[in-house]
Write a protein that binds this ligand. Sequence first.
Ligand code: PEP
Ligand code: MG
Length: 328
Amino acid sequence: REGRLRRLRRRPATTRDGERVALMANIELPEDVAAARDVGAEGVGLYRTEFLFMNRRDLPDEEEHYETYRQVLRELRGLPLTIRTLDLGADKQVDGRGAGDGAAPPNPALGLRAVRLCLREPGLFLPQVRAILRVAAEGPVRMMIPMLSSPRELAQVLALVDEARAALAAEGAAFDPHLPVGGMIEVPAAAVAAGFFARRLDFLSIGTNDLIQYTLAIDRVDDAVSHLYDPLHPAVLRLVHQTIAAGRRAGVPVALCGEMAGEPRYTRLLLGLGLRELSMHPTTLLEIKEVVAATEAAAAARIARRILRLADPDEIAALLGELNADLF
Ligand code: PEP
Ligand code: MG
């Protein structure tokens, strides 16, 4: 089995009916690039940058951001790199920082996390944005904003990126003025209003880990409710579908980078819903590629349409079983 999967490394992911699918890697540390390349990932669809802030008292400055991203980009040898801006708070706490200083917030997952924290503390955000703009002059880099929930927030982010661009230009620094800026769709409000985000961004990526948490009101790190955490809940599937449709209408690519992307049981459903870019932990990539290669995209789309009409999670699971019948 291991050997069979290894042979897929250099082969592009293509369905039986010829649909190309980009399988990308999620990474958290520069060292993870080796694993991503080893399985033949087509690039990095999610680079979580929180590690830069972990286990230290001071903040990384622009140079540290820049040098770190530069190393990752160099090791990717021409493959595209999607850098997600800081997502601290909630399940990603660091000492003395994150969701405000001092007392723990009453509801960390609903508190000052990710882009909210970045907009509150530009001293945290601006050095990262400047470093990403600069490193993008050296290769295929995209910037991705986590936890967007309101249009106003997006406007603030884009204004801040404009400011950073103007400042770098004034300083005569090398940077990419056309850096693609994308957003994660991981809050139900953003999925419902996905059209708005799609029209103002260069790409979207669905973060199902948080989208499921917020849609179902299930804390993703609370074991007491983990049995209720259901990627197949009709509300979740409809939000994923709406986001894909909004991206298509706006002519903007939509990827999916939550854990769902690395679960072979969901691959056909995700392809059937219209996704053509999945980003996942490198260890799951070859198995997903094998499923893609064994999938008839047109048939998956027909069953996905039927699944979207169902309201009962058990019926959805049963139909998914039918879709995967030859696999497991
Ligand atoms: C997600 O929420 O699905 C996601 C990919 O981001 P993270 O797991 O880092 O919150
Ligand atoms: Mg998330």
